[in-house]
Design a protein around this ligand. Structure first.
Ligand code: DX5
Ligand code: ZN
Length: 214
């Protein structure tokens, strides 16, 4: 199966958003990753619904919203209304995750589950039946340009085994410190989708093509 590449838009040249998006599409990106940070769940602030609406107008590729916010239960509707296709919900968010996923299911909203590098993936197995994506973090969320945490590959391997055994359709995605070397390790461990910010946007065309060919 072909590897899907999901560029993290926040590291693009936002003053040339349209051109950056088209360059990614032309190089073969399969979706876009939106890093949404509220300054509470993580120590950084990035984008909100208005910027997402602008991104939505410029692409038909799937938009995944990585919600690094304290209250995904409070804001999910405004992110859906701004054009996000799949909400990625952190297991570590200080909310009742069962209740939120119940609401998303009831409203037919597409979602995935995210785990930090120190969370044991087994804890989220029970949520994977309806999750489109399992996002395994290979850095602690907050900033791009961090070093890949190799032990997160254990979560990828265990998830691969579990998903295959149960015949789930859930895709395994990895995010943080991905380049052509760490991306290869992730693909060999069983990842289907690679997120990248700093590596891709240092040379969009060449680096997306390299990641796709791993
Ligand atoms: C980390 C974000 C990542 C990050 C990736 O908080 O979730 O998506 O921007 O950046 P790189 O690819 O530079 O590690
Ligand atoms: Zn992310």
């Amino acid at each position: 199966m072909e590897i899907e590449i999901s560029p993290s838009i926040i590291s693009s040249d936002l003053s040339h958003l349209y051109e950056e998006i088209k360059k990614c599409e032309n190089a073969g990106a399969g979706s876009f990753h939106l890093d949404i940070m509220d300054g509470n769940f993580v120590d950084n602030i990035t984008m909100g619904p208005d910027l997402i609406r602008a991104i939505r107008k410029n692409t038909n590729l799937r938009l995944d919203g990585h919600l690094m916010i304290e209250r995904p239960d409070k804001y999910y509707e405004s992110f859906i209304n701004s054009g996000i296709d799949v909400l990625l919900i952190h297991y570590e968010a200080p909310i009742n995750i069962n209740e939120l996923l119940g609401r998303l299911k009831a409203n037919n909203i597409r979602y995935g589950i995210v785990i930090n590098p120190d969370t044991d993936v087994k804890k989220v197995f029970k949520f994977l039946d309806r999750a489109e994506i399992l996002l395994v973090m290979s850095v602690y969320p907050g900033f791009s340009g961090q070093k890949f945490i190799e032990s997160s590959l254990n979560n990828v391997r265990e998830a691969r085994e579990f998903i295959d055994k149960n015949n789930y359709k859930t895709k395994i995605e990895i995010d943080g410190g991905i380049d052509d070397k760490t991306g290869k390790l992730a693909v060999d461990a069983g990842a289907d989708i690679l997120v990248s910010a700093s590596y891709i946007f240092s040379n969009i065309d060449e680096n997306i093509k390299k990641l796709k060919s791993l």
